[in-house]
Ligand binder design. Structure first.
Ligand SMILES: [Cu+2]
Length: 114
């Protein structure tokens, strides 16, 4: 029994010494309404796991971030979570992908990964 306990203790110590998965979760709250995303500019660091919680307040909208293969419908009144890993640096445009009215084409922003 003693040996077993010792072995267990050694295992625990070894496990504690392992590097934890070093992924930083970057959560950003976003609002989508006619005809803007707030914030319209988001900055994250390369390697971040990005979690956007997007609330469409006035109408159905869409969130399209083509560089990361994201195109998500945002239902009016609901909060939608979009997650991805920012694995490349640069400035990437995003836009509304669900027609929401006359200003739809201008509903866009950018994601900066540095
Ligand atoms: Cu739209």
């Amino acid at each position: 029994m003693k040996v077993l306990k010792l072995a267990l203790a050694v295992l625990l110590v070894l496990a504690a010494g392992l590097p934890a998965p070093a992924q930083n979760v970057n959560e950003i709250k976003v609002t989508a309404k006619k005809y803007e995303f707030t914030p319209a500019e988001m900055k994250v660091k390369q390697g971040d796991h990005v979690r956007l919680t997007i609330t469409a307040t006035d109408h159905d909208h869409g969130f399209k971030l083509a560089a990361f293969n994201i195109d998500q419908l945002l239902k009016k009144g609901e909060t939608t979570t979009v997650e991805f890993t920012a694995d490349k640096t640069g400035t990437f445009p995003f836009e509304c992908s669900h027609y929401c009215g006359l200003g739809h084409k201008h509903m866009k922003g950018k994601l900066i990964v540095e």
